[in-house]
Structure formats: C-alpha cells, structure tokens
Ligand binder design. Structure first.
Ligand SMILES: [Zn+2]
Ligand SMILES: [Zn+2]
Length: 268
C-alpha cells in the first residue's frame, strides 16, 4: 500500500483520533511509512468558528518522537504538518519552520479573507464561479508570498463546498488561473498533492481533478505526493486503489515522499 502522506490526529482541532490508532491502521494496511500532518492554521478566526486549528508543537514532537521509537521496525513514522496559508502569515510561517525539524510540510489554503469556504457565507451575493476564482487567486497569492513548504495541498478543495459542488466545475473553466498556480509550484520546486478526500466527499475525483494533474505533468511537474486527509482510521489510505488506476492512466511512475524536507522518489 502506498504511504499516506496526509493524516490528522487529535492534535488537529477537527479530529479526536489518538495517534496510535492511525499508526495501527497504517500497519494493518501494509504501509511501510506513515506521515502525521496535523493542522497548524495560525490566525484562524477561532471566535467566529469555535475552533482554534493550532497545536503545541513541542508536545507534538515529543509525542511523535516517542511513537517513532515505539513503532520502530514495524513502520517508519514521519513528522509533518499541514500549514494553513494566508498572505499575511509569510514571516511567521518562515520562523515557525526554521524552529522545528519537520520531515514534511503541506501548504494548504483553508481561508480566504479569513472566511472558511466550508460556510455558505463565502458564496453569498455572487456566482459560484466568482467564489471559486477567488479561492484559486488566493492560492496563487499564497504561493507568491510564501513558498517554503513541500507540497501544495488539495488544490481544488473549494469545490467540495460550493452550492453545486463540482457539477459545473472543470479545469477548462479555470484554466488561466490554474495554469498560473501549476507553473508557480513547478517554478518554486514544490510538489502537487493528490488528496483522495475529494472521492470521500462524493465528487468522483480526488483533489485536484485528474485534468489538472495531467496539466501539471504536461507543464513539466515531476513531484506528486499522495494523501487521504484522514481524520479517522477508517479513512486512512482512502481510495488508494482507485488512485493506482489514475496513476497508471497518467503514466505516473513515481510518488514523492519528503524526508527531512528532501524529496525521495518512490517507484510505484
Ligand atoms: Zn486541508
Ligand atoms: Zn488535512
């Protein structure tokens, strides 16, 4: 089974899964490696949404280092983080990453003007297309202000939550802005994440849509990471078998794992 590089535990405000349960599930699925990548969303509007989305990084390293030892010989545990990107956070994120020895950093856009696209507020008073465009424009702005992460998380995540989800959504409809995002990550040497939560949300495709992954390869992109975004053990490695077919159809021969922030290419 492919390594799952995007996994949440109780260190994330929206998960109550203790770390051991995710590791045990990964062993059961036959993974040789597992990444824990909890949410670190600085300046998340806690007062508005009732969740903080940050964790104490010293406790995180303490716990995960202890588990890394405990599971030695059974599975290799790697310490990652999913950083919530916002243009004004660039300096803070830089300092943060310089302070801790993460193996792997996912850069994700969860907020647009401090609004979570999960809530209808984000779509009010405008078309769905305008809202999606703003999400993509924010990703691009985030990459331009801060690009010291390793892989761009769930590129078209916003389509999970739009009024019509992905019914009217296609790569071609957003080609210009998506191409700019893909060119920016290739230029900055960042990987593109395939996030299978899109399938879990009933979209019929992972994030991003396969047409976007295809375009990334056409433009010369070579680093693909794979993650389920599981918040519960039953979602760990979610739909990875479907992904096997997708990878084959796109002629992708390697997945990328980051160890101590350096890419390793894993033949599939
Ligand atoms: Zn995310
Ligand atoms: Zn996540």
């Amino acid at each position: 089974m492919y390594t799952d590089t995007h996994v949440h535990t109780v260190f994330s405000s929206d998960s109550s899964t203790i770390v051991n349960r995710q590791i045990d599930k990964a062993i059961l699925l036959g993974m040789k490696r597992l990444y824990i990548t909890d949410h670190q969303d600085f300046d998340f509007p806690e007062e508005k949404y009732g969740l903080a989305f940050t964790f104490d990084t010293s406790s995180y390293f303490e716990k995960l280092t202890e588990l890394k030892e405990f599971y030695k010989g059974k599975i290799e545990l790697l310490i990652g983080v999913e950083l919530g990107l916002m243009p004004h956070l660039a300096g803070k994120l830089k300092t943060y990453l310089a302070s801790y020895p993460f193996d792997y950093v996912i850069g994700s856009t969860h907020l647009i003007r401090k609004i979570d696209p999960y809530y209808p507020e984000f779509y009010e008073g405008r078309s769905e297309k305008e809202a999606y465009l703003e999400y993509f424009e924010t990703i691009l702005e985030n990459i331009h202000t801060f690009n010291e992460f390793d892989s761009l998380g769930h590129l078209d995540y916003v389509v999970r939550y739009g009024p019509n989800q992905n019914k009217n959504y296609s790569y071609l409809e957003y080609r210009d802005i998506i191409d700019e995002i893909l060119k920016a990550i290739i230029d900055k040497n960042l990987a593109l994440e395939i996030n299978t939560a899109g399938i879990k949300y009933g979209l019929g495709h992972a994030h991003p849509h396969s047409d976007i992954i295809k375009r990334y390869l056409e433009l010369g992109g070579e680093m693909i990471t794979l993650g389920s975004d599981a918040h519960k053990p039953e979602h760990l490695g979610y739909a990875f078998l479907d992904i096997k077919d997708l990878l084959e159809s796109l002629n992708i021969r390697y997945l990328t794992n980051f160890v101590k922030r350096k890419p390793e290419f894993i033949k599939i």
